[in-house]
Design a binder for this molecule. Structure first.
Ligand code: NI
Length: 177
């Protein structure tokens, strides 16, 4: 296993659209192990997407089980080729991102989603998600389409906030994705 380097804004590779995974093989599972190690090595992000480490396949890891507030969630998830098939409601919330270390931002997301994906062995998965987990899933899937939360804020002037300190493993950790 190895910790990968995280691409950061304004790296143009973050705008690249990732390709679907076609082979559910050992190479895929080895990459997922690296992605998980990288997620845990930094400020313990609730999510990470493959293109954030320069690997342009549709792979996301989510884990909203360690957030400060008790929120409904499905624990640790590896989502390959994730797809949101239903959206319901919307709400504004603050987001951070490993690829945007200097800012957080207010972003409008669907409150509830239905999500389909495959696991690391190609087995189908389906989830109904809400609240923070739904937000994190939408944020991560955006990465697969070359979008960052800073592309989603209504106004860069009023909805982006400079971080005072980026605390490794600190209080802000639940907001990274
Ligand atoms: Ni992110």
């Amino acid at each position: 296993m190895a910790i990968r380097e995280i691409l950061k804004l304004p790296d143009p590779r973050l705008k690249q659209v990732s390709a679907p995974v076609e082979r559910f093989d050992e190479a895929l599972r080895a990459f997922i192990a690296d992605l998980e190690e990288t997620r845990q090595a930094g400020p313990a992000a609730v999510g990470i997407a493959a293109p954030q480490v320069g690997h342009f396949q549709r792979i996301v890891i989510l884990d909203c089980s360690t957030t400060r507030k008790p929120v409904p969630n499905h624990g640790h998830l590896v989502l390959v080729n994730p797809e949101i098939t239903e959206w319901d409601g919307y709400e504004i919330g603050r987001e951070g991102c490993l690829s945007v270390p200097d800012y957080t931002g207010n972003v409008i997301r669907a409150t509830r989603i239905h999500l389909k994906a495959r696991d690391a062995r190609g087995e189908p998965l389906e989830f109904d998600m809400e609240g923070f987990e739904a937000r994190a899933a939408q944020h991560e899937i955006d990465h697969l389409d070359g979008l960052l939360f800073v592309d989603r804020v209504v106004s860069r002037r009023t909805d982006l906030f400079r971080r005072k300190v980026y605390q490794k493993g600190g209080r802000k950790k639940a907001e990274e994705a």
